[in-house]
Design a binder for this molecule. Structure first.
Ligand code: G3H
Length: 482
């Protein structure tokens, strides 16, 4: 369906080689093509979005909540027909396992249904009139305007839709820029978008962000932007807007989530959760555990158990049921991860698992780095890949200090069994991050919980209910009571 574009195209390459029957490819395998839109196409999308919004009096923002819900329900229904195609594309284009690709699709459908239910409840509450302080007040939740939603490659369907759907259902018109990898799955959904939303309500721009995004931002006509990526990227985009203070934002940014293993932790459980947290989708999750701190009294034992857990994970093709580790879609990623490992080795860490850090084409075998120290790049940079640095601490204050000094504050995991020790620690750490996970890995879900962060990790909160608030503004109509 993307082939209708009349301008330039870019090849979409898969990180997987099937001919050789191995998880690497000597020659990139071309899966298809994506339109390369330019400045002009981008501005066309913007004028369509502006026209459909028309300062809040356009066709979409003036529909009733229940009418907009009907459109989104229809879209959900049509989207579900394409489950197999989308799952297949996720496997081939970003190397996500079939199990995780199915989960991504199903979780997105649940997110849409839950959003609809939540909006019905919110609307019931907002439509009430209240007599307060001499006025009869009704507070309405109105759209923000034209929203630009940009998705990440690791959840090209799910995380993008957690902004796109609330933006649409609240009455905003949307410009949607799919992720750089994981772009082809938009193809099977194009018809559903076209069938279910009036013209101009959702406008999709394909191509290089460097060509398509600046004209939108510089126009000053984007009212809200949702972006999942680096904090530097978000700051640069904001600065392109002539009135950055007027730009409402929902940002999911960098993270370096630590796992803290106390002396009395259940080490088997901690190792299982930490490895699952660090290596699910090869560590390509903003919520992945990216640095493990372990108490010196159990450090050797814990590192050994981490290695045992890593050894249980099978590399392979995404569609094989036993596969847990797969090739990486980002070009140059294996070189970057190799550089992190070499830097750590030069500063005294060892790769303690067999085969760790070996590269086969686009596949990088996970590397457990022990003992890691704070001067190593692997301890400060967001690796977003299968590298697990384990550092050793003598007392909890050292870790508290590191968490406080970090530029990031998305989540952390704390492993231990003594409530008397953990309680005060939780209190101290709680104001550094958006979520603390006790004896469990970091994660975004369940999607009804707030998903946010502190410092350079986020702006705004996303969850089913928070997103509806983020993509709207409350306006009160107050009538003087007589
Ligand atoms: O990459 C960031 C995602 O928000 C992570 O979501 O914890 O459900 O994998 P997840």
């Amino acid at each position: 369906k993307l082939e209708k574009w009349e301008g330039a195209y870019a090849d979409v390459l898969s990180p997987i080689c099937v001919e050789k029957g191995q998880a690497s490819h000597p020659e990139p395998l071309c899966m298809g093509r994506t339109p390369l839109m330019d400045h002009e196409a981008s501005l066309k999308a913007l004028s369509a979005a502006k026209e459909a919004y028309a300062q809040g009096s356009g066709v979409w923002p003036t529909l009733s909540v229940s009418e907009r819900i009907e459109h989104v329900e229809r879209f959900l229904h049509e989207m579900q027909v394409h489950r197999d195609e989308v799952v297949e594309l996720l496997m081939w284009e970003i190397g996500k396992t079939e199990t995780d690709s199915c989960k991504e699709f199903d979780r997105t459908c649940d997110y849409i249904s839950n959003t609809i239910e939540e909006l019905k409840a919110l609307d019931r509450r907002s439509s009430r009139f209240e007599l307060v302080g001499g006025v009869i007040a009704q507070t309405r939740r109105l759209p923000v305007g034209v929203a630009l939603c940009m998705g990440p490659y690791n959840y090209p369907l799910n995380e993008t839709f957690t902004t796109l759907i609330p933006a649409l259902i609240m009455g905003n018109t949307v410009i949607f820029k799919p992720a750089k990898y994981g772009v082809l799955l938009v193809g099977p959904l194009l018809e559903a978008f076209q069938n279910c939303f009036p013209p101009g309500v959702i406008n999709i721009i394909f191509g290089n962000g460097r060509d398509t995004i600046p004209p939108l931002m510089e126009s000053g006509d984007i009212d809200m932007f949702a972006f999942i990526g680096t904090h530097q990227g978000a700051a640069a985009l904001k600065q392109m807007h002539p009135k950055p203070n007027r730009l409402k934002a929902a940002l999911g940014l960098d993270a370096k989530n630590p796992g803290i293993v106390l002396a009395d932790a259940d080490l088997d459980l901690a190792a299982q959760e930490c490895v699952a947290g660090a290596l699910s989708f090869n560590g390509q999750r903003c919520t992945a555990l990216k640095l493990l701190h372990v108490h010196e009294s159990v450090a050797e034992a814990f590192a050994g158990k981490v290695v045992d857990e890593v050894n249980k994970l099978m590399p392979g093709m995404p569609w094989e049921p036993t596969t847990k580790l797969t090739p990486l879609p980002e070009p140059g990623k294996t070189d970057y991860l190799t550089a992190l490992v070499e830097d750590a080795q030069a500063k005294g860490a060892r790769v303690v698992n067999d085969g760790g850090a070996q590269v086969y084409g686009t596949y990088f075998h996970p590397a457990v780095l022990y003992p890691a120290t704070s001067d190593m790049r692997a301890c400060s940079e967001e690796q977003f890949g299968p590298v697990i640095p384990i550092s050793v601490f003598r007392n909890e204050n050292e870790v508290i200090e590191q968490v406080r000094e970090s530029n990031f504050g998305q989540q952390l995991s704390l492993f231990g069994q003594n409530a008397d020790t953990m309680g005060p620690l939780i209190d101290v750490l709680a104001n550094q991050v958006g979520r603390i996970n006790i004896n469990g890995q970091c994660q975004r879900g369940p999607d009804t919980l707030p998903f946010n962060g502190r410092k350079d990790s986020a702006e705004g909160t996303l969850s089913v209910s928070d997103a509806l608030r983020v993509f709207s503004i409350r306006t009160t109509v107050a009538t003087k009571s007589t």
